[in-house]
Every structure is written in structure tokens, then in C-alpha cells.
Write a protein that binds this ligand. Structure first.
Ligand SMILES: [Fe+2]
Ligand SMILES: [Fe+2]
Length: 265
């Protein structure tokens, strides 16, 4: 196996044809046998991988080196439009989010961790959106299975039964609204870089969505949505929800005969 083949396996899981803006092969490698996987990789984990004789490190979250990251936030627009939000309103909802992301990446230390991997001669890559998209589909199918007329509490209970969420120390929470409220149309707004915060959720509510599901959200954004009372926001828990898309991929890697060292997966 080489790094390109491993990336292709992830893309194939969701029918993508090119590497999305939030994923990258920082240092390609071939003849891979033993892989260290973690959601977050820093310099200590690279040194651990070297210590454990791994010949590839795969992270889920992108490094500061992925300067194209803000572009993946456009997936929110695609998702919103597919759920009936007018394109101009969807675009407006991510303007500040995208700009703040551009500022953050402009400030980032883009060659620090990847520079260490290069010094170690250790192949290194991250796979973000393909796995989040897989997780989004699994979560959306789960809530779609409830049909019309479900309550927010029933949405929470159905999501909580997904194995990764059922076994997690974090719980699925109602961040805005009440469990007894009718859920209405439910959108799992995941697989777009990061959550859409207040603006994306508010825009969904404005265009007929009753419940938005994020995997995490800042407290202050949830409080604003609560105060307005326009719709329900459910949060499923960051790491546990990331694992919904990660685990099927790791199982597939193991089936190819690769040895996997996993941190927290
Ligand atoms: Fe993720
Ligand atoms: Fe994540």
C-alpha cells in the first residue's frame, strides 16, 4: 500500500473523486505495513510512531499546513441548498465563519508538525472530509428512519443508539429547544469542516428546518439560538461523532492486512 492508495480508499467510501480541501498527504510513502492513527496528531505522536516502528501516520483533523481548509466550509452551502435554503442566504450564513477560518489559518504555524515528519522521514497524511461525510450520512439516515412527527427527544434517543455514541463518555444533548418539541425536518449539518455555529442553524430554521444536528457547538452560539427560540439544536459530541465515520475506514484498512496502532479509536 502507498499513501495515495490509502487516500483513495477513503474517497471511495463516499464516492469522492478528488482529495477535498481539508485533507492532504504531507509526506507520501510506499510499502506501508504499520500505521499509527489518531484524530489529532502533533509532534509527540510523530515521535511515538517512530518509536513504535510505524511507517505511516494518519490524522483525522487537518494540520495548520492545510491552508485550503476554509474552502471546505462551502460544503455547508451545498448542504443548505440541498435542504431548500436559497443559495444567496446559504452563502451569507457562512461568510463570517469562512473569513474567521481564513484569519486563523493565516496566523497558523503551517510547517511545524509537518516539518518534524519530514525531518523524521515519516510519511504523514490527514483524512478529514471523506470520513466526516460518511459519518454525516450514517447520522442523517438514522434520523430519517424516524419519519415525520418525531420529537426532539426521539431524535436524541435514535442518535444515542449509534454504537460510537452509545459507548462514548459524552452524551447527545439538546443545546437549544426542548426534548418534547416536535423535531420537524431534521438536518445533520456535519461534514463541512466544522459546525456552522449560530448563523447556519438560524438560516436552516428560517427556511423550514425544525432541528439542526451539530457534532459540537460553542456555548455562546447555542445560547443565542436558545434566546431566539426559532428551532431545536442537538449536539452529538465531537470525538464520538468523528468516530462514526472513522471506524468503518479503519476496519477497511485492517482488512487489507495493515497493522494499526490506534490512539482513542
Ligand atoms: Fe471529523
Ligand atoms: Fe473533528
Amino acid at each position: 500500500m502507498n499513501t495515495q492508495e490509502i487516500m483513495q480508499m477513503a474517497l471511495d467510501l463516499v464516492g469522492m473523486t478528488e482529495i477535498p480541501a481539508d485533507s492532504a498527504i504531507y509526506l507520501p510513502g510506499r510499502g506501508i505495513r504499520k500505521v499509527l492513527f489518531a484524530i489529532d496528531i502533533g509532534v509527540p505522536e510523530l515521535l511515538l510512531a517512530k518509536e513504535l516502528d510505524c511507517d505511516l501516520v494518519i490524522a483525522h483533523h487537518p494540520q495548520a499546513a492545510v491552508l485550503s481548509f476554509p474552502q471546505i466550509l462551502d460544503r455547508h452551502v451545498d448542504l443548505m441548498v440541498s435542504k431548500g435554503v436559497p443559495p444567496a442566504a446559504a452563502q451569507k450564513a457562512i461568510t463570517a465563519l469562512k473569513e474567521s477560518s481564513e484569519f486563523r489559518y493565516q496566523a497558523g504555524n503551517y510547517e511545524h508538525v509537518t516539518g518534524v515528519a519530514k525531518l523524521l522521514g515519516l510519511p504523514f497524511m490527514n483524512i478529514h472530509n471523506p470520513l466526516d461525510e460518511l459519518g454525516r450520512r450514517i447520522m442523517q439516515q438514522t434520523v430519517d428512519g424516524l419519519g415525520e412527527g418525531a420529537t426532539v427527544g426521539e431524535v436524541v434517543a435514535a442518535l444515542q443508539e449509534i454504537p460510537e455514541l452509545a459507548s462514548a463518555p459524552t452524551r447527545v444533548k439538546v443545546a437549544a429547544g426542548r426534548p418534547g418539541n416536535p423535531a420537524g425536518r431534521v438536518v445533520v449539518a456535519h461534514g463541512a469542516g466544522t459546525n456552522g455555529g449560530y448563523e447556519v442553524a438560524r438560516t436552516y430554521f428560517e427556511y423550514g428546518i425544525g432541528t439542526v444536528v451539530y457534532i459540537h457547538v460553542d456555548y455562546a452560539q447555542a445560547v443565542r439560538l436558545r434566546a431566539e427560540g426559532k428551532g431545536n439544536l442537538v449536539v452529538t459530541g465531537h470525538i464520538a461523532s468523528d468516530l462514526i465515520g472513522i471506524n468503518p475506514f479503519l476496519r477497511q484498512l485492517e482488512e487489507t492486512g495493515l497493522e494499526l496502532v490506534k490512539i482513542g479509536a
